[in-house]
Write a protein that binds this ligand. Sequence first.
Ligand SMILES: [Zn+2]
Length: 386
Amino acid sequence: MDRSFLRRFHANSIFHRIRIQPDISQREIIERTHFDKSTVSSIVNEFIERGLVERRAKASASGRGRPTEGLVISPASGLLVGVEVEASKLIYVACGLDGTVLAEQVLPFDGRLDDVEIAITTGIDSVVSLTGSGAKVLGIGVSLPGLVANDGKLVHVPVLGWRDVDILGRLSQRCTAPVYVGNDGKAAAMAEHMFGACVDMDNFIYLFSGSGVGGGLFLDGTVYKGAGGLAGELGHVKIVPQGRFCSCGASGCLAAYLTESALIEEISRLGSVRPTSFAQIIELAEAGEPIVLNVLEHAGEVLGSAISSLINIFNPPLVLLGGDLSAAKPYLSGSVDKALRRLAHPAMYGENIVKFAEPGIGGPRLGGIALALNGVTDIAGSHVLP
Ligand SMILES: [Zn+2]
């Protein structure tokens, strides 16, 4: 394995441990991570030198004897800013280094590529000032709804029609703080590992829906990237041969049946109701509108079929469904489960393998923060996902 990859993996894992278990001792980190003593010691020292982590005296568990030292995230270390780029809006979050959300704002986005770096960076100063903190911004993470290659270039954004954009270069030129970029699905999977439902899990699959469908394969403690950094396009798993056209250029993709616009189109085609947003679809479902319930049930079957392939290939202990899927849980879960019982291998599918994320926790909203935190604690200095 590449040495710098290994050191980044160690650094991120150690920082993660300190963040989720404040006051942890260096010895406990070694016990929990199984990394060797010299690795843990040199990485902890580097974090302390950079002012990201500090030692703090803690009383011994028995209340007697010498006080021991624990490690904590330095409260004054600085801020992280996350930006989630969606087809029609930009979502900004500012956090402390421990992941505590301090401020949020949403700005409209026209999807134009010409000045995209100006559009994305415009809201950064205002979300920072909303925190009321004078602390320095240590990193800015931008999660993007398309394929982001290892060199920080956006290869393709189907929902916006963008191709081959040097997004990292353009954003870095406009920002004084370091910028980190990544695919939104993989960033959301990292956020679930850092702040959400998968904090102590080394293996899981994350799948979300919104203006697009994306996800991440979190395998053996890290997001799986594939050869060029593009792996995990779970929205473009092929479900229906010669099925509906997808914005990626192919047909029969999961995304063509599950995105907000796909659901709106199908509901409008079948009946007289014409929802204009996902929130309206849920309102209509709550009111018992039969066409909406049927469309969601069918979307659940298609989703269950896609998940069955993922289960059969990866044997994950958990498939976590987020974004709009969380809010649609009451209308999807029955048909998802029915499809899985029919299609997933019974040795690998059972209760609690597929779960819907709690709305608002982890997931896409904190994807940018996950990228920024990952970048700031990345000892090798990479600006793209590990
Ligand atoms: Zn597609």
